[in-house]
Design a protein around this ligand. Structure first.
Ligand code: HEM
Ligand code: NAG
Ligand code: NAG
Ligand code: NAG
Ligand code: NAG
Length: 328
């Protein structure tokens, strides 16, 4: 009985969300599930083994923080000129040198997976696909629900910090700005809200929050909509002008695991970034935030949205890098 009621409620929720135009998985853009099934059967398993070995290494207390890092890496790859591993390229003006990418992590995990794959299937598995698989493995490691990841992306040959800076969203953005930013990648407002759920396992450093704390929208003041207890707590962690780059601030005040805690954090007005709290404060997105506090719904929608993000700007022709840090 209970489970029936639950199933029924989920069904209603799913119908309700469909009316929000949450996009079903409509196709491959030339990508495929199980892409390396015949060309390199162990591809996905190797990425997973290398990633999990990193997160669970007893010698490194940061552990699962690197899982969150890999998930962010996939967003920063796809959102800048498409999912083409341009974020991995080294160079004096490469994307990874951009200010928005200051705290990006996970490059060594991708290198290690690539090295292992080059030894078993040389020249077959792209760096862009490795990032996409690793992001899924990160979600699983954080106790989120798995989803299938398409493969077949080729690696890009251009990487420019200025392009990362121009295309990635800022934590100071409003819903209108975020929606326009995601629309430029073919992603909907709903997909933006669902993908922001990644912040359930995220942490920030002080530079990302000091504007909201000390100079909100250029006013020289704290964001007046931020509850004063939260403002006091964050100011203690990030004192004006003297912040410490090793301090990290969770974006989900309730739990680190990959769950609905992020959306519940927004409901209690504890969102850390303007770009997070606005999703609840804006009437256009608040209904979806409320729906996404249903865990089954959130997990299912998140997997779908990640598949859509994984198709942004993909290149179907081009090279498969031998070393993810340099073009061939
Ligand atoms: C909606 C617009 C978004 C904005 C404005 C935004 C901004 C940020 C910022 C400023 C940080 C903290 C950086 C730092 O100070 O260390 C962060 C962390 C993070 N973001 Fe986002 N983000 C957005 C969407 C996304 C999406 C779509 C994903 C993944 C699909 C994502 C995944 C993450 C993760 C996992 C972290 C934590 C990284 C870590 O703990 O090392 N974000 N984001
Ligand atoms: C895990 O990966 C991170 C990010 O690439 C790296 O800094 C760290 O040294 C790795 N930890 C282990 C134990 O390999
Ligand atoms: C900042 O100010 C501009 C112009 O006054 C306004 O359009 C924008 O919505 C404001 N941003 C926030 C986060 O309130
Ligand atoms: C920065 O913060 C870390 C961890 O919170 C602490 O161990 C370290 O002593 C701090 N450094 C300075 C210069 O305050
Ligand atoms: C994931 O679940 C396991 C088992 O319940 C738990 O021990 C672990 O702390 C959870 N991890 C996270 C990141 O929540």
């Amino acid at each position: 009985m209970t489970s029936l009621v639950y199933t029924f409620t989920s069904l209603i929720l799913i119908m309700f969300v469909s009316s929000f135009r949450v996009i079903a998985d409509t196709g491959g853009a030339g990508l495929q599930d199980n892409y390396y099934k015949s060309s390199c059967p162990p591809a996905e398993a190797v990425v997973k083994r290398v990633a999990v070995a990193n997160f669970t290494d007893p010698s490194d207390p940061r552990g699962l923080r690197f899982a969150a890092g890999l998930l962010r890496l996939s967003f920063h790859d796809c959102h800048v000129d498409g999912c083409d591993a341009s974020v991995l390229l080294d160079g004096p003006n490469a994307e990874k040198t951009a200010e928005v990418n200051t705290f990006l992590t996970g490059f060594e995990i991708i290198d290690k997976a690539k090295a292992e794959l080059e030894s078993v299937c040389p020249g077959v598995v792209s760096c862009a696909d490795i990032i996409a698989y690793a992001a899924r493995d990160a979600v699983i490691a954080l106790n989120g629900t798995s989803f299938n990841v398409q493969g077949g992306r080729k690696d890009g040959i251009v990487s420019l910090a200025s392009r990362a800076q121009a295309q990635l969203p800022s934590p100071d953005m409003t819903v209108t700005e975020l929606t326009a930013n995601f629309a430029r990648k073919g992603l909907s407002m709903d997909q933006m809200v669902i993908l922001s759920g990644s912040h359930t396992s995220a942490a920030s450093h002080c530079p990302s929050i000091v504007r909201r704390l000390y100079n909100f929208n250029g006013t020289g003041q704290t964001d007046p909509s931020m509850p004063s207890a939260l403002a006091d707590r964050l100011k203690a962690l990030c004192p004006k002008n003297t912040f410490n780059d090793t301090v990290i601030i969770p974006l989900d005040s309730l739990s680190f695991s990959f769950d609905t805690g992020y959306y519940r954090t927004l409901q209690i007005h504890e969102g850390v970034f303007t770009s997070d709290q606005s999703l609840y404060d804006d009437q256009r997105t608040q209904p979806l935030v409320n729906l996404l506090t249903n865990n089954a719904l959130f997990q299912a929608q998140f997997g779908q949205a990640m598949r859509a993000m994984g198709r942004v700007g993909v290149k179907l022709t081009g090279e498969i890098r031998r070393d993810c840090r340099k073009v061939n």
